[in-house]
Design a protein around this ligand. Structure first.
Ligand code: NAP
Length: 278
């Protein structure tokens, strides 16, 4: 078989990987678009990661998504790294180029922004400061995309203040760190509010931030999507804010990889959301 008539293979690499929604998302798109191709979950240990990545192109793989715990490690193994992956410090989308080289990209920030743009078309990131809670891997993608989108100031808070300060040093003077215990204060005048902590997720603790200072003109979004409407979103909605759940980010971050690997644009639709929620 020549490379051109091979059925394209893609997948997601992580450990564990059984929880990943990516196979469901990609298989739904492949089916809807009537494309030939397979998408496979692969549980690969850190010790086997590099060998797996070097061998997958030889087996017909055109690319893979990467999830916990390999998102940082793959950057060292890639031959080419996109600017945004370098800035975020991790990759979630690897494309195997025709010559076998590995191109690493991070589409989390794209997914985050695209979800807000499509779901809340009236939202203008430039219209006021953003308030971001959390300083983990997801927060890095959120910061880079908000800066890209022209947010004039980013107020950042995290339980472990030193992690927020490290991000502020990396991302520049637009990012101002606030104390976790005073997180409510940073909502005053914020145009965009983002929960990038894992609080609010089913089985995790509650995010306890007083919303008294929140204006109803603010857009509030949560990266957590289980439950779909977190207590933060429910409260913000009751104030009158526009709210956007985190499921769209998960779906939109997958679209660039799909297009690169299978050659057609994938749509994020209500049907897809329903399939993933089922
Ligand atoms: P991470 O790197 O492990 O960071 C976790 C963050 O949550 C840190 O800021 C951490 O603060 C904070 N946190 C955890 N437990 C806390 C507690 N009890 N009290 C206060 N803060 C706490 O995880 P991540 O990759 O950034 O992911 C964060 C969340 O975003 C997760 O829920 C993840 O599922 C979600 N996410 C969603 C998408 C999507 O597509 N919708 C994409 C990526 C991530 P410390 O630094 O103090 O520990």
């Amino acid at each position: 078989m020549t490379a051109s008539n091979r059925i394209p293979l893609a997948g997601v690499i992580g450990s564990p990987v059984a929880h990943s929604k990516s196979p469901l998302i990609f298989r739904t798109w492949l089916r809807q678009l009537g494309l030939r191709g397979y998408y496979i979950p692969m549980d690969v240990s850190s010790a086997d990661l590099e060998a797996a990545l070097r061998n997958l192109p030889k087996l017909g793989f055109v690319g893979v998504n990467v999830t916990i715990p390999h998102k940082e490690a793959v950057l060292q193994m890639a031959d080419q790294v996109s600017d945004r992956a370098a800035l975020i410090g991790s990759a979630n989308t690897l494309t195997f180029l025709d010559d076998g080289r590995i191109y690493a990209d991070n589409t989390d920030g794209y997914g985050f922004l695209e979800n807000l743009r499509q779901t809340a078309p009236g939202w203008d990131p430039k219209s006021g400061p953003a308030a971001v809670l959390g300083a983990g891997g997801a927060a890095r993608a959120v910061l880079s995309s908000l800066i890209d989108a022209g947010a004039p100031e980013i107020r950042l808070t995290n339980r472990t203040r030193s992690r927020a300060e490290a991000l502020a040093r990396e991302f520049g003077t637009k990012v101002r760190v606030q104390d976790w215990v005073q997180a409510g204060n940073m909502l005053d005048g914020a145009a965009t509010v983002v929960n990038a902590t894992s609080l609010g997720m089913t089985g995790k603790g509650e995010l306890r931030v007083p919303l008294d200072a929140l204006a109803k003109t603010a857009l509030v979004t949560d990266l957590v999507y289980a439950p779909l409407e977190t207590p933060l979103l429910a409260q913000a909605r009751s104030i009158g804010c526009t709210t956007v759940d985190g499921l769209g980010m998960l779906l939109y971050q997958a679209t660039p990889g799909f297009e690169r690997w299978f050659g057609m644009k994938a749509e994020v639709t209500e049907d897809l959301r329903a399939v993933v929620l089922r």
